[in-house]
Design a protein around this ligand. Sequence first.
Ligand code: PGA
Length: 260
Amino acid sequence: MKMLIVANWKMNPVTLEEAERLFDSISKEIKGLGQESIVICPPFIYLQQLLTSVNSKKIAFGGQDCFYQEKGAFTGEISPLMLKTLGCQYVIIGHSERKKYFQETDEIVNKKLQLVLKNRLKPILCIGEQARDAFDSQGKSVNEMSLVVGEQLERALSGISSGRIIDVAIAYEPVWAIGTGIPCLSDDAMKAALFIRKILTNLYNRSIADRVSILYGGSVASYNVIDYTKAAGMNGVLVGGASLNATEFIKIVKKVYEVS
Ligand code: PGA
């Protein structure tokens, strides 16, 4: 399976000039490399400009979110159809920051996923537990990851057919690891990936489960990226903070492709 490296710029940078500079530095370096699959997800407002300046098939674009209706009176929203028409191939769905600041529920995530797939965009579906696995007051282990991830996945994928699930990339992003500089241990990431494949096997079947890309996200940097793409067997990474620094992002890309 081809490795996927997704850059989530979030609400950065603050000017188009800076966005163009960041993008130019990344695309110049990427040109000299091999068969990378890189997805840049800038703020919506920069997409058009960056899409017209891209001259490499190795770079695709994605939205950081979208709405679950194609068009209409939904002030402030962007539809999957708009992203598709603009030339995007991907869209991030259900990021934990959408859940935290915009009260997005699993049901909303499911509606978005349905419409994204209908519009032939590839969704990057984010799931992940809030807190690290811990022990309850009786000293019994509380497995946050499997409780939360299992439930989120089943709800988000409700009604998604076996023909469509293979277009979904699932990003395992433990919320406690996002933007904290405390990345998940590679063993724990591997456990999460195996658990996700098990759920997919139950919902679909083994051969379909094996064809779905599973990414890791949460404090990914050049020093730890191969813990996920090699040691934990992930099919790629979702990079936040480190994708805003062109040099660091390119280092991440190089590390992934040296070992894949
Ligand atoms: P981070 O963000 O790499 O800054 O932890 C990851 C994400 O939010 O997708």
